[in-house]
Write a protein that binds this ligand. Structure first.
Ligand code: AOS
Ligand code: ZN
Ligand code: ZN
Length: 426
């Protein structure tokens, strides 16, 4: 849909204004301390994975309102991420969820991924639902279940996920467990943890040596009394017991209100155990809203920790997997994802603009107000021209969302796939 030529046509009317704005920002005396060209290059290099399950409308337990033109197959989903990538050149990978995305025609999928310039970054296992014809039920847990037969089924499912992932050159297995209990006394808390650790170890052993296992935590939902992996401490303990290929995954929505997530991120980086993110926006809990829509300052502070850690020689270098985990009830899913990626890039750009030398001085001198003002200066900078410049230089659209609309992309997808097509994911 978005050929290079079409993108050039869509960019043409915006070009002059963009150049003026970019120039103005790049030459702003407020950014004297920053290397703007280097910031733009870092934005160009930054990639965030798109979850296959966020390409359709999610709905809630009360209802679901289809967007129309939703992807029904893995091929369609790759097509959708291809649209995002053509527009913003910052979404070159896809997270799969098994069994929603079981790859069938491997050579065909590989070809399609190549054509669109995409890779599969991670495979997510699903032991939170029972599948048709599945012998054992996950009603009372999966990797933590009291019954060995259920645990073995869940372990095998995770091993199968790795096998599917290998077919498409993925290198990451993400494990999120719904396991827990709804009432006091229902579950033996320590034993449930130990059984989980044992199950994860069996999966870890079966994983190729160049794979990473990401262990996601979540304080509540679907279980409301206890979750087996409720917090980053539990994830970290499991990862330390498993080995260096096991890393903690931080989903921004998986914290109780007012948790200092940036500090968790800083700690995990320091310990060499920050494996990746599930980005989303959160007002109350696991809301899975557009990343940066509710707490943009928090998103900036998270990136501030990441940028700071990357500059610190004493912090172990590690590959962090940046992924979105979102769900859409009222927005067009693709528009939402374009907004999310842009908000992520903006937060990153602002973090890159922090005057780190001045901040370190203010911190050493305990100058609270000055230190805070330095962060606020960066946060309040309008970085949209820098983000647009990155899109443009990478070959994308100056304004991806506007291009998506100008092209009538959703209408075209509806023409192709129908008004009532339903995505296979949640
Ligand atoms: C669930 O709350 C988690 O965020 C998982 O990452 C989950 O696999 C994903 O949201 C898809 O349902
Ligand atoms: Zn998640
Ligand atoms: Zn979640």
């Amino acid at each position: 849909m978005f050929s290079d030529q079409r993108l050039a046509e869509l960019n043409q009317p915006l070009l002059a204004e963009h150049q003026t704005q970019f120039q103005y920002t790049a030459e702003s005396p407020r950014l004297r301390h920053a290397d703007v060209a280097a910031v733009v290059q870092k934005l160009i290099d930054f990639q965030v994975a798109i979850p296959s399950w966020a390409l359709g409308t999610g709905g809630t337990r009360f209802g679901r309102f289809a967007a129309g033109g939703e992807p029904a197959t893995l091929e369609d989903k790759i097509g959708d991420v291809g649209i995002l990538q053509a527009l913003n050149r910052s979404s070159n990978s896809i997270s799969l969820h098994i069994p929603w995305d079981i790859p069938q025609d491997i050579p065909g999928l590989q070809q399609l991924l190549k054509e669109k310039g995409l890779v599969i970054d991670s495979v997510n296992s699903n032991t939170f639902q029972d599948q048709k014809d599945q012998p054992q039920s996950y009603k009372f847990g999966s990797l933590s279940h009291t019954d060995k037969a259920v645990r073995e089924q869940a372990i095998q499912h995770n091993i199968d996920c790795v096998r599917y992932g290998k077919q498409l050159d993925a290198k990451t297995l993400t494990v999120w467990l719904a396991d827990g209990s709804n009432f006091p006394g229902q579950s033996h808390l320590r034993r449930a943890f130990l059984r989980t650790q044992e199950s994860l170890a069996a999966i870890y052993e079966a994983m190729p040596s160049d794979w990473t296992m990401l262990v996601e935590y979540k304080p509540y939902e679907p279980n409301f009394y206890s979750m087996v992996i409720p917090d980053w401490g539990t994830s970290l303990a499991l990862c330390q017991a498993l080995g260096q290929q096991a890393q903690v995954l931080v989903d921004l929505g998986h914290h109780l209100p007012n948790t200092n997530i940036e500090q968790i991120v800083g700690r995990l980086r320091q310990f060499g155990r920050l494996g990746g993110f599930h980005f989303n926006g959160s007002m109350y809990g696991d809301d899975d809203l557009t990343t940066g829509s509710i707490k943009p300052f928090q998103l900036f502070l998270i990136f501030n920790e990441l940028v700071d850690a990357a500059l610190d020689q004493s912090v172990p270098a590690e590959a962090v997997a940046y992924m979105i985990d979102a769900s859409h009830n009222v927005k067009d899913p693709l528009e939402d994802l374009l907004q999310s990626v842009e908000n992520i890039l903006s937060a990153y750009a602002k973090a890159l603009l922090v005057d780190r030398e001045a901040l370190a001085e203010a911190q050493e001198a305990n100058d609270v107000v000055r230190a805070e003002e330095i962060l606020r200066d960066a946060f309040l900078t309008d970085v949209r021209p820098l983000v647009s410049e990155a899109y443009l230089r990478a070959g994308g659209a100056i304004r991806p969302l506007a291009a998506f609309r100008a092209e009538g992309a959703r209408e075209k997808l509806i023409q192709q796939r129908g008004k009532h097509s339903v995505s296979t994911g949640l």
